[in-house]
Design a protein around this ligand. Structure first.
Ligand SMILES: N[C@@H](CCC(=O)N[C@@H](CS)C(=O)NCC(=O)O)C(=O)O
Length: 375
C-alpha cells in the first residue's frame, strides 16, 4: 500500500483539470505523473483500457480511468460531500457537470487552436513535454497536436463560425462573472460536482492558455478568481467579507445562475437533441450487444449531428458520453418527490432546459471495467 494516490494527467489537459480540482478541494493526498511517464503505457493503460487522461491509481493499486469515475469513487466512499441535498441544486450541479464535459468544447478548442500567435509556443512546450524523450519525440508531438486540432472540428468549430463561437462564449462568460461576483462557487460557499465539471474547460484551456486567459483576466475577473480558487484546498474567499458555509439555504438557485444556464441552453439543447437523433439511428442500425464499448468517437463515427443556434448551422460529432452524463440527471429526477419534480420542472423551464429531461437514447449507457459501454 503506497501513501498517496497517483493522478496521471498533464497541466494542459481539459479533463484532468476536473479530477485534480476535486482531489485538491477534498484534501485527498496525491502525486501527479505525466501520461508520458513510462509507467503509464506499461502499467496503467492495460487496466485503463484507453490511453486517455485523467487516470487514477489508488493507494491500493486500483486503476480508475475517467474523471467522472474518479470523482464517483471518492464520493461513494465519503458520503457524497460534493452533492447538495436539495432537488434543484442536485439537478443544477449535475447539469454543470454535463456542460463542463460536453457543452463548452467549442470555445475551449477555438480559443486554444485558432490563436497561434498567442498560443502556439505555449502549446508546443506542453505537447512536447508530455512525450517521453526518444527517437520520434517531435513526430509524436506533432501527431498529438494535429489530432487535438482536428478534435476541435469534430466538436463543431469550422472555418466560418469563429465569431459566432466567441459571441456565445462572451455572453456566457459575462453572465458567469456576474454570478461569481455574489458567491464564490456555483451554489454558494463550497464547490459542488458541477463546479468540478465546469473546471474542465474553464481551467486547462479557457483559464490557462495565453489568449483566453488574458480575455478572462480582462473581462471576467470573478470567473478568473473562481478558477484560481478551485485549485486551492482552502475556500479562498478573501474578497467575500461575510462568507457563509455550505450550499445556499433552502435549495436556492440564484437568478444570476438562471441567466448563465439560459445562455448555455442555447446550444446545449439543440445539440443534445440532434446528437440523440444521430446516435439513435446508429443504435437502430447497429444494435450493439451488452458491454460493447461506447467510448468517445473522436471522428471515427461518420454521423455529424446538425443543429441551429442563433441562426447559425453547426455540425458536430455525436458523442455517447454526453448521454452517460445526462442519464445521471434524468435518473436523479425520477427519484424526487412529486413536489420536488414540479420545482425542478419550473426551474428548468425558466432556464430553457426543460427538454433535457426528455431527450433519451434508445439504449442505456454504463461504465464497466473502465469503459463506457452500451447496456
Ligand atoms: N471521459 C473522459 C475523457 C478523457 C479525455 O478525452 N481526455 C483527453 C485529454 S483532456 C485525452 O486523453 N485525449 C487523448 C485522446 O483522445 O487520444 C474523462 O472525462 O476523463
Amino acid at each position: 500500500m503506497v501513501e498517496k494516490h497517483i493522478l496521471y494527467g498533464i497541466p494542459h489537459s481539459l479533463y484532468t483539470g476536473r479530477a485534480r480540482s476535486y482531489l485538491i478541494k477534498n484534501r485527498i493526498p496525491f502525486n501527479e505523473l505525466s501520461c508520458g511517464h513510462e509507467s503509464f503505457k506499461a502499467d496503467i493503460v492495460p487496466s485503463a483500457k484507453l490511453a486517455t487522461i485523467p487516470v487514477l491509481k489508488t493507494t491500493s493499486g486500483e486503476v480508475i480511468r475517467d474523471g467522472a469515475a474518479i470523482i464517483e469513487y471518492f464520493e461513494l466512499a465519503n458520503g457524497r460531500p460534493c452533492l447538495p441535498k436539495g432537488a434543484r441544486q442536485q439537478t443544477i450541479s449535475h447539469l454543470f457537470d454535463l456542460i463542463g464535459c460536453e457543452g463548452l468544447l467549442r470555445p475551449a478548442m477555438h480559443y486554444r487552436w485558432n490563436f497561434p500567435e498567442e498560443n502556439l509556443e505555449f502549446l508546443k512546450y506542453h505537447f512536447f513535454n508530455a512525450q517521453r524523450a526518444g527517437p520520434n519525440r517531435q513526430e509524436k508531438t506533432d501527431y498529438m497536436m494535429d489530432r487535438m486540432r482536428f478534435a476541435g472540428r469534430i466538436f463543431g468549430v469550422s472555418d466560418n463560425n469563429h465569431s459566432f463561437i466567441e459571441e456565445l462564449y462572451m455572453d456566457f462568460l459575462q453572465a458567469l462573472n456576474e454570478h461569481f461576483s455574489n458567491v464564490p462557487y456555483l451554489l454558494g460557499w463550497k464547490p459542488c460536482i458541477g463546479d468540478f465539471g465546469l473546471m474542465a474547460p474553464m481551467f486547462a484551456h479557457l483559464g490557462r492558455d495565453p489568449k483566453p486567459l488574458a480575455l478572462m483576466q480582462r473581462e471576467a475577473i470573478h470567473v478568473y478568481r473562481w478558477v484560481e480558487r478551485m485549485n486551492r484546498a482552502e475556500s479562498d474567499t478573501a474578497e467575500f467579507f461575510e462568507a457563509g458555509h455550505g450550499y445556499l439555504e433552502q435549495d436556492e438557485i440564484p437568478e444570476t445562475l438562471v441567466k448563465v444556464l439560459s445562455i448555455l441552453a442555447e446550444d446545449l439543447v439543440p445539440e443534445t437533441q440532434a446528437a440523440a437523433l444521430s446516435i439513435n439511428h446508429w443504435l437502430a442500425d447497429n444494435q450493439p450487444s451488452h458491454g460493447t464499448s461506447a467510448s468517445r468517437y473522436l471522428g471515427k463515427n461518420k454521423s455529424m449531428a446538425e443543429f441551429t443556434v442563433r441562426g447559425e448551422i453547426i455540425a458536430a460529432g455525436a458523442q455517447p458520453y454526453r448521454f452517460f452524463m445526462l442519464q445521471k440527471i434524468q435518473d436523479g429526477y425520477l427519484k424526487f418527490s412529486k413536489k420536488d419534480k414540479l420545482l425542478v420542472d419550473d426551474l428548468l423551464e425558466q432556464c430553457g432546459l426543460k427538454e433535457m429531461l426528455d431527450i433519451k437514447l434508445t439504449q442505456r449507457l454504463g461504465q464497466e471495467d473502465n469503459l463506457e459501454v452500451w447496456l
